[in-house]
Design a protein around this ligand. Structure first.
Ligand code: COA
Length: 368
């Protein structure tokens, strides 16, 4: 009757003009731009404009976007007092899920996308500060989106190199084909539901350790390994215990994830500016050894570093607390989600796959 693909691998369920992932050659194109070029040349506002309109914003358009996102952050900050205990959630992603669920959008407009994109860094920063017993810091509308996120975490205007590092990250992960959270967002949108519902559902998918929850554990792994001489024994023990090495392997890529290379370069630039490359050197040693050990165990899979591996190193160097890594991922991917939701609405067809029943057959012949 129907073919079975338990993880839906290789099954095409949507056409998109937003991004193209080629897992064999290790290529990621976002709206006609190679991800490597976006990471080195663009700021988050550019990636936002590109995703929505399909072209790189002009200087005037970029300024308008910067202004719109700043206003959206301001508006989200004004909503913080109405969130009640949402910011007491144990994890930032739970706080995001709860806080965004209190927003309301009428449809799938550009304004909805701006509102949601502006809200995420405000909620993430407020959650982080609440955990430290500190009051939330109001956004500074003069700053770019990336700079303001860092500012709202500490109250200090961040150094240019850190802002560039965060912009590189946000541009890198803005969209990635039909990943799990984007699929969820499109599925919710296909039912005719609203944008906030689709984004809240996507956050639930992104939170999982097999998707966007991996970079925190990558950093835990680097901490636990400590020094390059312990890399091999640590990884061997982990694999012998049947655990997965975080930041390695990918459903689509059969070569190194191109985003890993882009983020590794961004981390190298940032670490050089801070004159401390120890973390990067350790990460590279772990990647080399993990690749070797995984190739011995799964020679057919070519398990290589994925985006989360160097996300951990870059975001740590940028100064984002590891408890906010997944929320920072959401701060960028929300743009991809909203663009996909918008695209899905034009398709107008309910996403409804089939399942194969393997339960018990009813007793007797016909219906009761
Ligand atoms: N560490 C150890 N073993 C791994 C592994 C890893 N990081 N990734 C895959 N494998 C193993 C699997 O256990 C499986 O082994 P089995 O056949 O003996 O059960 C085999 O390799 C094939 O796995 P594959 O089909 O390639 O994985 P997948 O497509 O189901 O999963 C991931 C892809 C990303 C979920 C998986 O690689 C993973 O869990 N990575 C770690 C988490 C992570 O970094 N997530 C972020 C993704 S961007």
């Amino acid at each position: 009757m129907f073919a079975t693909a338990s993880g839906l691998e290789g099954v095409v369920v949507a056409q998109t003009a937003l991004s193209d992932v080629n897992g064999q050659s290790g290529r990621l194109v976002i709206r006609g731009h190679h991800v490597e070029c976006l990471v080195t040349k663009a700021a988050f506002e550019d990636a936002f404009g590109l995703m929505w309109s399909g072209w790189m914003p002009s200087v005037t358009e970029r300024e308008a976007l910067r202004e719109a996102l700043a206003r959206a952050r301001e508006r989200a900050f004004g909503l913080l007092p109405s969130l009640g205990g949402v910011l007491d959630a144990p994890a930032a992603m739970d706080a995001l899920r709860g806080a965004l669920a209190r927003l309301w959008t009428a449809g799938d407009t550009y304004e909805d996308g701006v509102l949601l994109t502006g809200a995420i860094p405000v909620i993430a920063a407020a959650w982080h500060r609440a955990r430290m017993g500190l009051p939330a810091i109001a956004p500074d509308v003069k700053l770019s989106h990336a700079a303001d996120f860092l500012y709202m975490l500490s109250g200090a205007v961040p150094h240019r190199a850190r802002v560039d590092g965060l912009d590189a990250y946000l541009c890198c992960v803005v969209d990635h084909g039909l990943n799990a959270s984007t699929f969820v967002a499109r599925t919710v949108a296909s039912t005719g539901s609203d944008t906030v519902s689709a984004v809240v559902a996507a956050i639930g998918a992104l939170k999982g350790p097999l998707h966007g929850g991996a970079p925190g554990p990558v950093l835990d792994m680097l901490d636990s390994i400590g020094t390059p001489d312990r890399v091999r024994s640590w990884l061997e023990a982990e694999l012998a215990a049947g655990r997965r090495i975080m930041g390695m392997g990918h459903r689509i890529y059969r070569v190194r994830d191109p985003r890993a290379a882009a983020l590794e370069r961004a981390a190298a630039i940032l670490e050089r500016s801070a004159a401390n490359t120890d973390r990067l050197l350790l990460a590279r040693a772990v990647e080399r050894e993990a690749e070797r050990l995984l190739a011995e165990r799964h020679p057919e899979r070519n398990l290589r570093a994925n985006v989360e591996f160097y996300t951990a190193v870059l975001l740590e160097a940028v100064g984002i607390p590891r408890t906010l890594f997944s929320a920072t991922f959401a701060a960028s991917r929300v743009v991809g989600w909203c663009a996909h939701i918008h695209e899905q609405r034009f398709v107008g067809r309910l996403i409804r796959p089939a399942s194969r029943y393997v339960g018990t057959a009813p007793r007797g012949g016909g219906p009761c």
